[in-house]
Write a protein that binds this ligand. Sequence first.
Ligand code: G3P
Length: 249
Amino acid sequence: MPGLYQTRARRLQPCLESLRAVTISNDQRGTLDMQLFLDTASIDDVRAAARYGVISGVTTNPSLLAKEGGVSYRQRIQEIAEVIDGPISAECVSRKADDLLAEARELATWHPNVVVKIPIDAEGLEAIHRCSAEGIRINTTLIFSPNQALLAALAGAAFLSPFVGRLDDVSYDGMELIHQCVQLVETHNLPARVLAASLRHPLHVTQAAMAGAHIGTIPPSLIPQMLKHPLTDIGIDRFLADARTAGLI
Ligand code: G3P
């Protein structure tokens, strides 16, 4: 009999190991805090999404603002901040560190919840360091490699934005970058949050959440896509039909 138990124990070992891995990973994380931000400069989209109570912040960029027909960036950020009580990213367009710093200081005066977005390059990295030292919260944007994320985190960035969809666009695995950034942050206790950006479809959101991204920023069109399931619709119809039969309605 001991032989039988030993065989069973050997068979169970991989299962026990995987259970232990899950437990350790949850323990390490402490409280789970996945958040969704909305990736838009449209105040209508922000208002529409806000009613669900699932949006904790907003990210904008020049491309999103350009779709808004000439509205002032400052005004739009302030309108958004009236609706969503959380981090609102506004992006710098300067290219030199001194200019980025001056621009970031200006953007930060727009609202206390403004987080300043700076693209990661040499000038950007210097600006991230100088802004962070002044207490301006930085979201580092256009991250396409773990080393860019590491440098931004070490320079003091509060948020790291790896772009998933744009890596997929050029035949690299964008989600792998999310895994790498999360691992970097968690392994070394870096005081930065991984904000999965350029999420294009519902599976991206699921995969980013399961990879441990602290935040995913989603275009407004993703909310109905994430909600939708044909079996839910069929189930509602069936319950309503039965409710009529039962005389409930
Ligand atoms: O948050 C960045 C996002 O706006 C980029 O998305 O779809 O233009 O790659 P996409």
